[in-house]
Design a protein around this ligand. Structure first.
Ligand SMILES: [Zn+2]
Length: 191
């Protein structure tokens, strides 16, 4: 079932702090000590290891163009396309500036926190401790063009955050796939 734009927005907004909270508590349990949203020369990452100069950003799948979960809005495509490119452009400037200043930058997708939290913790630990660490590629959707014809097909353009000249595209059916959410505690009915 396709969600309306306002349904998507409210889901995104309602979950706003939750992946951050999950990651912070997992890092804490793993014995990794950090500061919350400390200032860096280039903005406020979600988690900052100031002494080690490691910055962690948790990127929302819709707003930052997750290759698996970005959903092309059906209306106002020029507006949404500009918005997406603006967000990715900001992510790129932050990341490159921090790296130029000697920081290690981990860009984590929101869905990774929900689906693969132990691996995310491993990534952060490696960034903190591994002398040979290199950031993994970070592909982002920057534009999606609806294709004419049957089947709701679209062309999805992607760029790597650190090498924007490298562009690739895939043709696929429009998808509104979501990641696996953690099970919620059942709520008690009032009586
Ligand atoms: Zn995603």
């Amino acid at each position: 079932m396709a969600l309306t734009r306002s349904e998507q927005m409210s889901r995104i907004r309602g979950r706003d702090t939750s992946p951050e909270r999950l990651l912070r508590s997992a890092l804490w349990q793993a014995g990794l000590r950090f500061r919350l949203q400390a200032r860096t020369p280039s903005g406020r990452p979600d988690v900052v290891f100031a002494r080690a100069r490691v910055a962690i950003f948790i990127d929302g799948c819709f707003w930052h163009g997750c290759p698996e979960h970005y959903v092309r809005p059906r209306t106002r495509s020029d507006f949404w396309s500009a918005k997406l490119q603006e967000n990715v452009g900001r992510d790129r400037r932050q990341t490159l500036q921090l790296e130029a200043d000697g920081w290690r930058v981990c860009r984590i997708w929101e869905h990774q926190v929900f689906e693969a939290l132990p691996e995310v913790v491993d990534t952060v630990r490696a960034a903190l401790q591994d002398a040979e660490w290199n950031p993994p590629p970070s592909w982002r959707v920057v534009q999606v063009d609806a294709l004419p014809g049957e089947g709701d097909m679209e062309q999805r353009w992607m760029e790597d955050l650190r090498s924007p000249m490298e562009r690739r595209s895939v043709v696929a059916q429009r998808s509104t796939r979501k990641w696996k959410r953690p099970a919620r505690q059942p709520q008690r009915g009032g009586s």
